[in-house]
Every structure is written in structure tokens, then in C-alpha cells.
Design a protein around this ligand. Structure first.
Ligand code: ATR
Length: 274
């Protein structure tokens, strides 16, 4: 059977094998999908071994997404924009193509699954690391009214805003204090602060609009600190990143196998198992 894997470090808690097993069962395809912990010095060699051994496709996660982009022979425009890839697919003759499905996953979860609008909305993004860079192009493609990127290290947010300034959406970057008194319709948390139980230092007079939606790109069995902040500020809708995870996987499956799995039931099952 066709063989797939996700390479990361750490990888123990990866839900990708469960997700791809559920997808393959929908089509009664026989395939294997393993989660592999790859040594920090071994990534490039491990990718080569995997495809030399007949592997059909790879997902790549933290901390290898930039290296996956660097080693690929060609890149989709959205991966090139991100400078990072979470999907590798062999094109034959030893040629590897990379793609990045994280941003599409985020947009699909917000728009298709949750019914939120991005178009025309004042968007605030928290964080300016790899996770945020990876999703900006598909997000800007939805044509929000404007995007503000706020980050603890404000220069990183400024650089990111500059890198995406050509996409016909007003985009600015800075620190958290610059958010004072501003109002937003959609707030996306792309920081890893929640993983340590922290919340980015949002000013007390940051305003959420009447129909403001709040999305945390991370997820867990409990509401994250950002989700609790959102509830305390009477956000209209609040969501974590579980659906984004499943949607990026579905798009990976589509790139490899040309079929679109149903994601709703998979998200529901995973939610029940958290
Ligand atoms: P990732 O690939 O998850 O984006 P990263 O590139 O290390 O990882 O970025 C982590 C992001 O979370 C950064 O925006 C980081 O802010 P800095 O750039 O200032 O470091 C942010 N972050 C992590 N812990 C945070 C905390 N406790 N408070 C606020 N921001 C935090």
C-alpha cells in the first residue's frame, strides 16, 4: 500500500495518523501513515531515505517546515510566500515539490466550517513567528479590510507586514501597546504563548466589535488562555485550532491522492477524544 508519514520533533502527540486513517477509510483506500520523530541533524537524509524507499508523500511539522521548503526542488506559490512547507510530494524522476496547506486550513475552518466572514473585516493577528508567516497569504487572499500584526518582538511584526505589503490589503505590524483603543472584527492568535498557559499582553482597552470572532490556532482539551480572554470580552464566536489541523490534513490528502475527504465527522470524532 501507499505509504505516508509526518516528520517532526517532537511528534508523540501528533494526531495526523488518526486523521489520515479516517480519511483513507472514507474511500476504503489502503495506505499507511506513520508519525516519525526525526533527529534534528537527520531531516534531509530522512526525507531522501523515505522517498528513495518508495514513500508517496510527507507531512512536515515543527521544527522542519523551513528546511522542507529549502530542500524541495519546486514550491507552490503559497509555500514560497511562507518560506516554509508542511507537505512534500514526489513528482517522479526524483523531483520533490513542496506546498503549504496551513493557511488554507485556517481559512476553511473559519469560513466553511464556522461560517465566519474574513472579507471586509478588520483583522488582528497575534504573533509573528513561523505559524503566522505560514498562513498570511491565504488569509490576505480573502480580502480583509485591513490586517494588524502584533508581536512581543515588534520588529518581527514590522518585517512580516513589509513582506506581505504587496497583497492589496493594508497591513501593519508592531507591538502590543500599539493596539490601545483599536477595534477589531476578527482576532487570530498565532502565538505559542498558550502552550505555556500564557496570554499575549493585550491592552485593557483593546476593543472587540459587536460580531467579533476569535480564533486560536492552538487547541487543547480545555479552552486556551486566549479563548478565555475572548469569552471575557464577549466575543461573538470563539474557536480553537482543531479544525485547522484537520483541514490542512485534508488538503494534504487531496494533493497526494486527488480526493477531498469529508472533514466534519473527523473534527467531531477528534473533539470527542480530546
Ligand atoms: P511558531 O512556529 O509557533 O510560530 P515561533 O516562530 O517560535 O514558533 O513563534 C512563536 C510566536 O509566539 C512568536 O510570535 C512569539 O513572540 P516573539 O517573536 O516576541 O518571541 C510568540 N510568543 C511565544 N510565547 C509568548 C508569550 N509568552 N507571550 C507573547 N508572545 C509569545
Amino acid at each position: 500500500p501507499a505509504s505516508y508519514a509526518v516528520f517532526g520533533n517532537p511528534i508523540k502527540h501528533s494526531k495526523s495518523p488518526v486523521i489520515h486513517r479516517a480519511f483513507s477509510e472514507q474511500f476504503e483506500h489502503e495506505l499507511s501513515y506513520r508519525a516519525v520523530r526525526v533527529g534534528l541533524d537527520d531531516f534531509e537524509a530522512a526525507v531522501e531515505r523515505f522517498f528513495d524507499g518508495g514513500g508517496s508523500g510527507l507531512n512536515v511539522t515543527v521544527p522542519f517546515k523551513e528546511r522542507a521548503f529549502a530542500l524541495a526542488d519546486e514550491a507552490s506559490p503559497r509555500a514560497a510566500r511562507a518560506g516554509a512547507a508542511n507537505v512534500l510530494l514526489p513528482l517522479g524522476d526524483g523531483i520533490l515539490r513542496c506546498d503549504n496547506t496551513d493557511g488554507l486550513g485556517l481559512v476553511r475552518d473559519m469560513v466553511a466550517n464556522n461560517g465566519w466572514n474574513v472579507t471586509g473585516r478588520r483583522v488582528l493577528i497575534l504573533g509573528a513567528g513561523g505559524a503566522v508567516r505560514g498562513v498570511l497569504q491565504p488569509l490576505l487572499g480573502e480580502r480583509p479590510h485591513s490586517v494588524v500584526i502584533a508581536n512581543r518582538t515588534s520588529t518581527k511584526a514590522e518585517v512580516l507586514a513589509k513582506d506581505f505589503a504587496d497583497m492589496e490589503v493594508p497591513i501593519t505590524g508592531g507591538g502590543y501597546t500599539e493596539l490601545e483603543g483599536q477595534t477589531f472584527d476578527l482576532i487570530i492568535n498565532g502565538t505559542s504563548a498558550g502552550l505555556q498557559g500564557d496570554l499575549p499582553p493585550l491592552p485593557a482597552n483593546l476593543r472587540v466589535s459587536e460580531k467579533c470572532c476569535c480564533y486560536d490556532m492552538v487547541y487543547g482539551s480545555e479552552p486556551t488562555p486566549f479563548m478565555r480572554w475572548s469569552a471575557a470580552h464577549a466575543a461573538w464566536a470563539i474557536c480553537d485550532g482543531l479544525g485547522m489541523l484537520v483541514e490542512q490534513a485534508a488538503e494534504s490528502f487531496y494533493l497526494w491522492r486527488g480526493l477531498r475527504p469529508a472533514t466534519g465527522p473527523v473534527i467531531k470524532d477528534l473533539r470527542n477524544q480530546l
